[in-house]
Structures are given as C-alpha cells and as structure tokens.
Write a protein that binds this ligand. Sequence first.
Ligand SMILES: Cc1ncc(COP(=O)(O)O)c(C=O)c1O
Ligand SMILES: [Zn+2]
Length: 373
Amino acid sequence: MAGREAFFICRSCKARLSLAEARYKCICGGLLDIGGLDDAFSASSLECDAHGVFRYRRLMPDIIDGHWHEATMAEGMTGLVDLNVKELDMRGKMDYTMPTLSFKDRGAAVLMAAAKALGIKSVVQDSSGNAGNSIAAYAARLRIDCEILVPEGTSPNKISQIRAYGASVRVVPGSREDTAAAALKEAESGRYYASHVYNPIFYQGTKTYVYEIWEQLGGKLPEALVVPIGNGTLLLGMLLGLRSLMAGGAIERMPRIVAVQAARCAPIYRAFMNGERTVTPVTNEGTSAEGIAIAAPVRGAQMIEALRELGGIVVQAGEEDIARCETMLSKAGIFVEPTSAATVAGAESWARAEGFSGSMVLPMCGAGLKSLH
Ligand SMILES: Cc1ncc(COP(=O)(O)O)c(C=O)c1O
Ligand SMILES: [Zn+2]
C-alpha cells in the first residue's frame, strides 16, 4: 500500500527526520509527529490475520511490518459493555482486559515493534505506572532490556508487575515531573527513550481505539466519545483515528469529544477554559486518578489544538464523584482504577448538566487490581 514510508516531522521547525533515527525530539528541541503516512481508512486495508491493534497495520508506518508478529499479544478489539448508569446510554470499552491490563498496550505494542525493527537493545521510559507496564511487557517479549522510572507513591502492584517482566524499576523521589526529568536525562545520554509522550509512533497504536469502535458499532461512531486526559496519548491517538476515518469517508462528521481531567490536577481544563493556546503547569493537589495526574503535560498545547480541531470540550471530575463512580462500576461488575471512574464521573455530570441523552463510549482504561494501595 502506498504512503506508508512515514517520517518524523518536527512540530516547530517542520524538519523531517527518518524513523530510523532513534530520536525523541527534533534537533531544534521541537516535539515530533508522524508525517508522510496515507492512512485514509478503508475496509479493504484491514488485515484479518491479526486480532485488534495490528488488524489495522496497513494504516501504520511500514517500519513495523517485519516485527509486529513477534510483538503482538492479541491486544485490542476489546468489548463494548453497558455501564448500567441510570438514564444514560454509556458504554465502556473494556481496555483494562488487555495483556497488561490497560489501554497503553495499544501504543506500546506498536512502538516496541518499531524499536525492534531499529535493532534497539535497551530502552528507558517514565510513567505513572501503566505505560511502564506496557513497555516492560513488550520489551520482555521482544528481548529488549528495559528500565522504567516511576514516581514515589506509584501503586505497588504496578511496580511489582513491571519487575515481573524482568525490567528494572527506579522509584524517583518527588513528583511525576521529577521522574520525567530523570528520564530525559537518560534520553539525553543516548539511551532509546521509549516514551509514550514524546514518541509519536505510540499514537499509531492508540488510534486503533476509534477504528475498533467504528467496526463494533457496525460502521459508525457513538454520538459522544469521552476520554480521560493526562498526557493525551489516547486523545491524540483518537484525533489521528478520527481524521483517518474522515479521510476515508467512513464518517461524515466528528462525534462530540468530551475530555476529562481530575479537578485536583487539571492544567488542560484551565488552559482550555481560559481560551489559552499553551498550558501553564499546575500543582498536583493529590488525586486518586493517578493515570491522569499530569501537572505539566509535554504535549499540552497540542492537546488544546486537538480539542479545538475536534470541537471538543474539557470537564473536571472531583474526588468524591470519582470514588462514587468507582463503587458504582464495581457493583456493575467492572473493577477499574480510579482514572476510569473519573472518566465516568466527568461524563455523567456533563451529560446530566447538558441534558445529553445520546450514545457515549468511554474507555475502561485500567484495571482496579493494579491501583490498590
Ligand atoms: C488507566 C489510565 N487511564 C488514562 C490515562 C491517561 O492517559 P494519557 O496520560 O495518555 O492522557 C492513563 C495514563 O497513564 C492511565 O494509566
Ligand atoms: Zn525542529
């Protein structure tokens, strides 16, 4: 298929870099996107020999072609399940049922298949826990050495799981931002930075989230897609997937996009509501939704731009509501981490305030067991 020889393109100076250059940002310091990829969606581009994410590999850069098979653990094509929320048409996409129990497997499978193709032998990454688990698992599978940096206070089960994959774990004192700074130092020293934040190949995996929903709903999307946002890997992947569906004529208009932050750590919400283009870091006041507790999102400006392109909005979820929704979901048989409950809480208050009664799909993005303290 034509148009799969993709490259990195700098968001600042527009320089093009080969995907074979194991860089995490441009020489000018700018963030990288993927360019040169023709991923207009068409049903004929689906590959029926793969389950989930790699079913859509013809819509991804060709760098993964020789290694997706070795990487895959049948991640993706997770079910859609009614969340049993009173009077609302809310369905959860069960991404916590993936190999490492969170949606991050979508991105990690694709990024690590690419790393393998580049002959990378060792990677470093930082994470609030789930992305680290995903990278560690796929590194193990592909026999790549792996070190994951996590902030102090990360759920012990997430740390144990990373270690179980054979990766080394460094617990960094201080905030999530201190952990990010420590990882950047490693990346500057020349180690391959398998970052879900910096490396845009990750978003080639998260974009499959919307392809799957489109297929599962019989060739259409729900009226609203609700998405938790911390660093924005699912939001930015969704944008790519939606553009791709639009370019291929599979959808004619965008669904409503509702992005959710935890009220106690909401830099994107603040910037969006103030009509700003850039995002000022906030202080994380402490939230149970550790997956979205990102006080200084690296791609913050890009997330705001994405939300504007999509005509989306940002809402907040408070701690009491998060806890209430966590219990409500458990009672409906769905044991997820507070970050997933925050998504439901944000969606519920938005829908009730707006009088919105249309169909909604939300990611049940991480498993409850992983975040038990
Ligand atoms: C369970 C869960 N949900 C949502 C998110 C938010 O994803 P992102 O930071 O890419 O926006 C994360 C991130 O770690 C997560 O672990
Ligand atoms: Zn540049």
